[in-house]
Design a protein around this ligand. Sequence first.
Ligand code: FMN
Length: 326
Amino acid sequence: MIDPTALRRALGNFATGVTIITTRGRTGAPVGLTANSFNSVSLNPPLVLWSLANSALSLADFKVAEYWAVHVLTADQTELSSRFARRGGDKFHALDIEVGLGDVPLLTGCAARFQCRTVSRHEGGDHVIFIGEVLAFDSSGSAPLVFHGGRYAHATPRDLVDRKPRTGHLAGSFSDEFLGYLLGRSHFCFFSQLRPCLEQAQLDDMMFYVLSTLTLRPRWASEDLAEGVPGVLNERRMQALEALIDRGLACAEGPGSEYALTPAGRDLALSLIATAKSIESQVLDELGHSDAVVLKSMLNRLLQIVDRRSGQLPWPDEAPTNGTSG
Ligand SMILES: Cc1cc2nc3c(=O)[nH]c(=O)nc-3n(C[C@H](O)[C@H](O)[C@H](O)COP(=O)(O)O)c2cc1C
């Protein structure tokens, strides 16, 4: 006997895109749902399919619909996907809608759209399979949303990711794959265009780190600043802060010693941040929107791990045992 829950989990190993299928309902209201059962069937004639649960509220409308449209969602359309995965209700409220063939409501900003006419419907267990002929389509080529293991995921082209940087002599060495090296080298090279500006302003990396963090709030208590500049020893952070105060770029205020930028410090910080942002946009343009989103979300995930561990030396798992404790 097949366990449906286990089967669903096993099927989840098959990564898919995510679509929203829309049609015009029997009352004239727009109807739609999120579906990942979409697939191509044939190029000539151009046919596609998807399947709809017998329990879906929209089934009665799709069963009589002559036209429907498939919208392939982009990586940043997870909210839209969740909205159309809800049962019933006005899923189209306040959305930008275009009108397609057969008066079918069309969503905008998708990776691709296929406007279809129903060719056939087939009973398929607890689902109905719809086969449609593609009458019109458009595609933006935007990065697609992926569904895998019951969760949304990102797609990243492997040929680009697997390409190694130009350091033949490192091939196969410890540095080649070492995360610390990759992060350190990326950081160093990323800021290479900014470094001359820092040098001109007589700031080292740590002073810039503290200076740019101070822009985030009008005033910082010392312990909050420790959280704002994580992963840095207290002593180094305070040295950088004191150097900024000596230079007239920051000041200590009030009896509880709160720290703030001076107007000169704020001006300098904002101009350096603008330069850093322009370096970022050049790099991200080359990386592409989708990979930039993936990279930033992975780095944020990494930060959650290393931030939690920083300041706890030795790290809990590696704490040396003296052989006497149980
Ligand atoms: C990523 C994802 C994929 C889905 N794929 C399908 C599908 O292919 N067929 C289906 O019937 N329901 C699918 N669903 C569930 C429907 O979107 C959900 O049951 C929805 O409430 C149906 O809307 P309705 O009851 O208003 O018709 C999927 C949901 C998600 C989040």
